[in-house]
Ligand binder design. Structure first.
Ligand code: SPM
Length: 288
């Protein structure tokens, strides 16, 4: 499967068989970067109304106008569900946005970061310093490697693993399959939690059902959270979570006022609310 995204009359349209018959279009002012790396086509655009936009193989990864929602939720939901996260692994997300959020937790001692495409990191360091500042924290150890291969050899090592993958087309495909989730589980410490980019139950039912099936089979505690990101297809995206111990649906540490003031989307209330599903999704998940 590949995208057929195109620019026509100054508008970028994100066209992909993964969301047939629907496409998001953003008005573009300037192409800032456009090159093929060893793994994928990397494009950085200046949009007219949504800041800079990172596009990989024709698929929107983020815009500066709403990236905070995705990065905050994918990082803080699992991190605040854990009583004392000290060791964290982040797979994917070469823009550095997830790292920026993970770094806010003072209790964390080390953060391993694994990204397959070094060019994405370098492009984001040049054009998105407000996200790539995530790489500046001395607790972050960068590994340029395939996330699947990297996690396969880790045992009993991490309190939290966050997978900020692109969609299951292209280099990210293996990150949506059972063997990868088995490796994530083996890499966790007792009481560890995984959180992975969980797509949209409106647009990718089969993919979401498959992720839930895999995590339900592997983890004693499993949950699915979703939230709003206007520049992702359908305007929403989910997180698939698995835990070896802690409950997931409420923060179990205080979000201090000082911490809260740094954020724009995550709150303890949003944490809880993000697990409340529409009726059709509840029915869909019950049948798994
Ligand atoms: N740190 C931001 C990287 C973004 N990674 C996830 C991108 C997902 C893009 N496609 C969304 C499709 C939603 N159904």
């Amino acid at each position: 499967m590949k995208s057929y995204s195109k620019i026509l009359d100054g508008w970028f349209s994100e066209i992909c068989p993964m969301w047939p018959g629907i496409a998001l279009s953003l008005e573009i002012e300037k192409v800032l970067y456009s090159q093929k790396s060893k793994f994928q086509q990397i494009d950085m655009f200046q949009t007219k109304n949504h800041g800079k936009m990172l596009v990989l193989d024709g698929i929107i990864q983020l815009t500066q106008s709403d990236e905070f929602a995705y990065q905050e939720m994918l990082a803080h939901v699992p991190l605040f569900a854990h009583p004392n996260p000290e060791t964290v692994l982040v797979i994917g997300g070469g823009d550095g946005g997830i790292l920026r959020e993970v770094n806010r937790h003072d209790c964390i001692k080390t953060i391993d970061f694994c990204e397959v495409d070094e060019d994405v990191i370098n492009v984001c360091k040049e054009f998105l310093p407000d996200l790539a500042c995530g790489f500046d924290d001395p607790r972050v150890n960068v590994h340029i490697a395939d996330g699947n291969a990297f996690v396969k050899v880790q045992k009993n090592r991490y309190d939290i693993i966050i997978v900020d993958s692109s969609d299951p087309i292209g280099p990210g495909e293996a990150l949506f399959e059972q063997p990868f989730y088995q490796s994530l589980k083996t890499a966790l410490k007792p009481n560890g939690i995984i959180a992975t980019q969980g797509e949209s139950f409106f647009l990718h039912k089969e993919c979401v059902i498959n992720l839930i099936k895999i995590t339900k089979n592997l983890f004693p505690v499993q949950a699915y959270s979703y939230f709003l990101v206007p520049t992702y297809p359908g305007g929403n995206i989910g997180i698939c979570l698995g835990s070896l111990g802690p409950q997931l649906k409420k923060p179990c540490r205080d979000v201090t006022e000082k911490f809260q003031k740094q954020l724009k989307y995550y709150t303890p209330q949003i944490h809880e609310a993000s697990f409340v599903m529409p009726y059709f999704a509840t029915k869909m998940f019950e049948s798994i």
